[in-house]
Design a protein around this ligand. Structure first.
Ligand code: ACO
Length: 432
């Protein structure tokens, strides 16, 4: 197969190299396109553009495949351990026993927040959105760990990663406690990663929250399923900010802002709102599907559709199965799961969704699972962010270690006035 593409513009022909990875679509290398042709490429949402070479995560959206460092996502279901997966993503291979226990010890060492950071919560409105707090506090970590603003070697990267991955739980749980008017519960060094987060969320000063193994496993799995997803919107944001050589804390804080959007990680809250509305009788599943198809209505069937997956999102499949399993284990029932199943059934048999190949994505069932293990709705996207943090760190690291990496600075097709004249205020009308 040719390793060159020929581009013809008028009479001129230019050859563009083709880059092949180990898997996935080959790419036409257009890095010299403007030099060679005087043209730029137009791809507004970057749907056809590979922005980097990456060895972290592989997604095949046609076949519904997701692999972390080559390992299929299904292989993490049986004995889920989020900390191990975080290490795998960041450092490129599964940790040895010693490496895992060293990293876990670093997480324990770093689980407390600096008092200065803790006191900042008092100045936030009680009803502040936890995603706003999360982004602000992650960025704020840069003020308290200035020795890690420049991460040049593996040791300092591990130190920065441990601070972020550990403290994000404390930051998130404190945001929730503040919203409830409850005292902060400090981390317990004897608890594992997920159990510690649940403890900080739900223990009381006089009563320890007892974490059931089923709930701990479910949260571990949910974090793992969110841990990385190659070049999605928030990861692209982390890379864009990082491309300016911004520090890891600032880059991850920017990722949180992108993730918050309802078309991205914020969709898990939208799904829950939709299911609750149907359950309350304000909407039927059939009306929901009709509204989603109506192009004059901005409503979308949240938790459905994906830029890359044109098949069932493997994360949604695992989450759906996990919901059934956890509900049986905890002996709980939730009418919202039945509504979600009904919506899925209607959508998957409707020509609109079939023709556009719209399937449930990771956000369709995640909220139902989080609700079953007691996580309140305003913390759903925060839990997504806790899960995604290792992926952002891994991608930031990969970019910083790539000698060919340059600042992200795209071009545009300008469509404004060719040249205009400054009009003094006294002569201005609405039309000028
Ligand atoms: N409901 C109704 N119609 C939809 C939906 C949906 N959920 N998703 C896509 N479509 C329609 C589009 O309007 C478009 O219709 P058209 O061809 O008539 O114009 C068609 O399907 C194709 O859309 P895409 O180009 O595949 O969508 P795009 O890649 O731009 O957007 C996105 C992907 C944002 C995820 C979209 O599917 C969506 O809005 N889904 C709902 C929000 C959601 O669940 N987001 C979470 C995604 S997963 C994640 O980020 C973690």
């Amino acid at each position: 197969m040719s390793d060159k593409a020929i581009l013809k513009i008028g009479d001129k022909e230019v050859e563009l190299p083709i880059i092949r990875g180990t898997l996935g679509d080959p790419a036409i290398d257009i890095t010299r396109l403007r030099d060679l042709t005087g043209h730029v490429a137009y791809d507004p949402s970057l749907a056809n553009t590979a922005i980097c070479k990456s060895a972290i995560t592989f997604v095949d959206g046609e076949r519904g495949i997701l692999r972390y460092r080559g390992i299929p996502i299904d292989q993490f279901i049986e004995k889920p351990n989020f900390v191990e997966v975080a290490w795998l993503l960041i450092f490129g291979r599964l940790p040895t026993k010693e490496e895992l226990s060293r990293f876990s010890a670093k997480l324990t060492e770093n689980e407390l927040l600096h008092e200065g950071l803790r006191l900042q919560y008092q100045h936030m409105p009680v009803d502040a959105p936890p995603m706003a707090i999360l982004s602000a506090m992650l960025n704020n970590l840069a003020c308290f760990h200035q020795q890690l603003l420049w991460v040049g070697d593996e040791e300092s990267l591990e130190a920065a990663a441990a601070r972020l991955i550990s403290k994000v739980r404390t930051i998130a749980a404190f945001a929730y406690r503040r919203s409830q008017g409850l005292p902060f519960i400090y981390p317990d060094p004897h608890l594992r990663y997920c159990a510690n987060f649940l403890h900080m969320m739900f223990s009381l000063p006089y009563k320890q929250y007892i974490v059931s193994p089923e709930v701990e496993d479910a949260l571990n799995l949910l974090f793992i399923l969110h841990a990385d997803h190659e070049q999605n919107c928030s990861t692209m944001t982390v890379r864009t900010v990082g491309s300016a050589r911004a520090n890891l804390f600032a880059s991850c804080a920017a990722g949180v802002c992108a993730l918050w959007g309802p078309l991205h990680g914020g969709a898990n809250v939208e799904v829950m709102d939709m299911l609750e509305r149907i359950h309350a009788g304000g909407l039927t599943p059939e009306e929901c599907i009709r509204m989603a198809k109506d192009k004059t209505n901005p409503f979308r069937l949240y938790g459905f559709g994906h830029r890359i997956y044109k098949n069932y999102d493997p994360r949604a499949r695992i989450l759906k199965d996990t919901c059934e399993k956890v509900f049986a284990q905890l002996k709980v029932q939730d009418p919202l799961l039945d509504i979600a199943r009904k919506l899925e059934e209607l959508a998957l048999s409707d020509p609109y969704f079939i023709e556009r190949r719209l399937y449930p994505n990771v956000d369709f069932y995640s909220g139902i699972l989080l609700r079953a293990i007691g996580i309140p709705k305003n913390m759903f996207t925060v839990c997504f962010a806790i899960g995604r943090l290792p992926g952002w760190i891994a991608q930031w690291r990969e970019q910083h270690e790539d000698p060919t990496s340059r600042i992200v600075r795209p071009r545009q097709v300008y469509i404004g006035p060719v040249e205009a004249k400054y009009v003094p205020m006294s002569e201005r009308t609405a039309a000028t």
